[in-house]
Design a binder for this molecule. Structure first.
Ligand code: FES
Length: 322
């Protein structure tokens, strides 16, 4: 079984974590109890970091009190929440895939809700998130009136992050449907910053609104609006993939949308890089609780809250097998 997995936190200020201390490290083979070194060297030796830290974890993520700067209803049961945070946290949340846990200050810890960061303003120390009230946690969030507890930064909200970060001067296609318009924004900013030619297809989805227009109007990108799950949507995606020599596709939406895109890629027999929003149900976000554990054919049990996994493998597992 091949288990060279990439932990999103490897080499960060939060590494080594409790997984390393308990010999369950995602990346380091020696910190999985093996006698040999077989990691994907990322510039940091986690074993050495742990040894230098007297075999203890580094300081883990804190909770912050975030004041509410803005709270607006933007669509069907969908809300925009702008929160005051430290400038340091805002800076740490500028990368694609960034997310935080938030909850009402008056509720217990198990109300911690993972939320993708849509916009991060490090100069003013604010982050903006958008959520749809669908379950117990998010319905509690929509009643929030006072301070919010925020825990972060977390970064594994997108699978295929290395592709988004490395493509430069290429043609890219971004698909953003429903509430997933929110996590598409940080990726769009990165792709545009790296001089890519970006085509964006927006889909209102179940939110019933396009809510990122104000944030993207200054970006030099080509924009379409279409129902991505419809036949017309498929025809549009196929047309773009056939005519634009697309190097990277970023699918921001449900696993069903991701699967649809994978099928279109296979049908056209092309091989663009694929990045997708990580739709895993995340509970602790630290690789500890096991709530997100998924079994893959070659990798065995993986924890998608912290692990960068081949998007195709996990989507096929969830849509075709589970
Ligand atoms: S969410 Fe707890 S282990 Fe992944």
């Amino acid at each position: 079984m091949h288990r060279r997995l990439e932990c999103i936190d490897a080499g960060s200020e939060y590494c080594p974590c409790y997984l390393a201390e308990t010999k369950n490290c995602i990346t380091c083979s020696q910190l999985q109890g093996k006698e040999f070194c077989d990691c994907n060297w990322t510039g940091t030796c986690i074993l050495q970091e742990l040894t230098m830290n007297r075999n203890k974890v580094k300081k883990q993520r804190d909770y912050y009190n975030g004041g509410i700067e803005e709270f607006d209803k933007i669509g069907q049961d969908s809300f925009l929440l702008k929160l005051k945070v430290t400038k340091t946290l805002a800076r740490q949340l500028k990368e694609p895939g960034s997310y935080v846990f938030i909850r009402d200050n008056n509720l217990p810890q198990y109300f911690d809700t993972p939320m993708s960061v849509m916009k991060s303003d490090e100069l003013n120390g604010t982050i903006t998130i958008v959520f749809k009230a669908v379950g117990t946690k998010t319905n509690q969030l929509k009643n929030i009136k006072d301070n919010v507890l925020i825990k972060g930064p977390y970064w594994n909200g997108v699978l295929g992050l290395s592709y988004i970060k490395k493509v430069k001067g290429e043609n890219c296609l971004v698909l953003a449907r429903g509430i997933s318009q929110a996590p598409s924004l940080l990726s769009l900013e990165k792709l545009v910053k790296n001089n890519n030619h970006v085509t964006l297809i927006l889909d209102k989805g179940s939110v019933g609104e396009i809510f990122i227009n104000d944030y993207i109007k200054s970006m030099s990108i080509e924009i379409f609006e279409e129902d991505l799950m419809s036949e017309k949507g498929s025809v549009l995606v196929k047309h773009i993939l056939t005519n634009k020599n697309i190097s990277l596709i970023f699918s921001a939406g449900s696993d069903l949308l991701h699967m649809k895109i994978i099928k279109l890629i296979d049908e056209l027999d092309i091989k663009p890089y694929l990045a997708v929003t990580n739709n895993t149900e995340i509970c602790c976000g630290e690789g500890i609780c096991g709530g997100c554990t998924t079994r893959l054919k070659n990798e065995g049990r993986v924890k998608p809250c912290k692990t960068q996994i081949d998007a195709r493998k996990i989507i096929e597992r969830r849509v075709l097998i589970d």
